[in-house]
Design a protein around this ligand. Sequence first.
Ligand SMILES: NC(=O)c1ccc[n+]([C@@H]2O[C@H](COP(=O)([O-])OP(=O)(O)OC[C@H]3O[C@@H](n4cnc5c(N)ncnc54)[C@H](OP(=O)(O)O)[C@@H]3O)[C@@H](O)[C@H]2O)c1
Length: 338
Amino acid sequence: MSQGKKVTLNTGQQIPQLGYGTWQAGPGEVGQGVYEALKVGYRHLDFAKVYGNQREIADALKKAFAEIQGLKREDVFITSKLWNSQHDPKVVEAALDDCLEELGLDYLDLYLVHFPISFKGSSKHVGQDLFPLTGGNQPVGDCDIDDSISIVDTWKAMTKLPKSKTRAVGVSNHTIEHLEALNKATSVVPAANQVERHPRIRQDDLVAYCKEKNIHITAYSAFGNNMLDQPLLFTYPEIKAVAERLSKEKGDQISPTNVLIAWAQSGGHSVIPKSVSPKRIAENFKEIDLTADDIREIEQVDKTQRRYNIPYVANKPRWDVNIFGEEAETPATHKVII
Ligand SMILES: NC(=O)c1ccc[n+]([C@@H]2O[C@H](COP(=O)([O-])OP(=O)(O)OC[C@H]3O[C@@H](n4cnc5c(N)ncnc54)[C@H](OP(=O)(O)O)[C@@H]3O)[C@@H](O)[C@H]2O)c1
């Protein structure tokens, strides 16, 4: 079976460019989804502590390694993420242990700092209270932000994690400014930065910076993002038109999601579409090449409909932190502590 396109990380590891995502994959569907993805041929899986589904995934992985002919742990590139309530350097390794235990794995291929912010209470119970709220015993409103832990503190702890437990470390939702701070403070350049990236959020400056520093980009929410309750990009007439034209030109069924996946991959990035439907998991597992003209046509949607992922606006309970320096985040009272 074809294992798809791969690129090399700054650690020397190979990462498949087409992976499978698991956010919002609920109980009773996430395990089946992971199993189907492996059966179809995905060899890059994206998990996270905060998705709350790693135990069901553990069962699916166990079943897949037992049942899918020839499939071994080392054939699959597995990523998971340190949550915001686990940023205290004292608990970073224990958090990884907890993550491995949930997944039933001995090691990860890549462990990411999920967001460049810390929630309070991270030293307690390995940060198992994932969304500590302000207001103490009578919690109200926002997530309780811990401004005493900087992203550099957490990154230093990440760089000391044993290779036996995670082959590489990286970050997610980090801007150029955040990456600069990490790179100045340590000699370990993150292997990857996982960020929201699709034709409405091209991230050109960040992509150029990461290319220069040899930081791999993984695109999340390549079809848009369910958080803002807006139509996903595969419903856009511009994307559908490209899919229809390419289907005719290539004499093959190319779907709008195939077009968006190919756009996200172009330039050597990886992409991790999520679906819990076996039909859509299979449909998405197709890698096509795009011409420069195709790419320009797809990027038309950016001209009128640009936006950025803004946890400040979208999360409930709210995260009162300006992460990306976007206009909509200016009312936030906390900033990223570098
Ligand atoms: N690092 C971070 O902060 C971060 C943030 C967000 C996401 N992520 C990662 O990135 C992954 C992907 O992002 P995402 O989950 O936001 O969104 P996505 O992959 O861009 O889109 C998922 C949505 O598209 C639907 N879908 C998938 N394939 C389809 C198809 N062929 N036709 C029609 N609908 C289709 C899915 O529904 P069905 O499941 O019903 O098919 C789901 O509603 C996540 O699962 C997660 O692993 C990381």
